[in-house]
Design a protein around this ligand. Sequence first.
Ligand SMILES: O=c1[nH]c(=O)c2[nH]c(=O)[nH]c2[nH]1
Length: 322
Amino acid sequence: MLKLRSGRTLYYGKGDVLTYRTYAAPLSVKPIPESAFTGDTNVIFAHNLTFAVSGETLLTSFSKGDNTQVVATDSMKNFILRQTADFEGSTTEGLLAFISKQFLSRYPHIDAIELSADRIPFHTLEVADGSDGLVDSSLVYRRSHNDHASASMKLVRDGEEGAAVIVEHECAITDLQLIKVSGSSFFGFVRDEYTTLPESYDRPLFIFLNIYWTYADIEHAVDAGSGQYVAAEHIRDITHNVFHEYKTPSIQFLIYQVGLRILTRFPQLAEVRFESNNRTWETVVDHTEEDAAAVYTEPRPPFGFQGFTLTREDLENEEASS
Ligand SMILES: O=c1[nH]c(=O)c2[nH]c(=O)[nH]c2[nH]1
């Protein structure tokens, strides 16, 4: 939340700024065992941005209707779009940092910026290469409405020079929807006069998942040239793997294991946070010992959820106790 020195909340800005940048610098990341992802051509580097600013001198625009210091949100939108053309980096975090720093440099009376961007995913698709094979098209892409990466950050001026500094950030992959058809249980929970849920030893576990992570040094995300960038695709693929590998007694345990694996793979991350939602399919025709076939349907609301943060300390404690 953007606030003045007095503690008063003050901000204004623009949402849903759609920037379809083409031919951004390609991203390349170090491979990990859980994923085939090694980078992104960034031929389409598209985002939906939300951008908000704050500043002491903006107080009178609220209290007195004085617009002399107000950069119109329409101009903000134009600024964002024009600056996106000049961006030379390859990551969403880099784009956010670049636009904010340019804005703070252009408008000295702005003290702080809070902004976020959802990456709009466009995936490669295959076309015939003319000799019985298939190759990735370099021209036609498929818009995806599935899980996507995002990032948010807050920048303020710091020191005598008033240089822009990133003081908060969080990166994310949201809207993952994963089903594991067998190998998940939920039993041993409190049974009392309010309990109607039967114990389950093999349930079709369908989860909605958002995963958020922060770096020890955000510059590793801003400049992928550091070789320390953590791709959302890697976080996604680690999640797939851990879900596949573990027989889980609960979603709580599953997300803890995913968190440990993420922190193990990426020492450059400080923290990983989860928001999960239980969408376990409702059983209509159960499987038997002899027949694996079953029929399920959509669960009825209300839905359960979990939230959890793991830090490097959690990983160290796990390593020390194993
Ligand atoms: O993985 C689960 N965790 C819970 O806490 C819970 N509660 C519930 O009703 N089903 C589930 N599943």
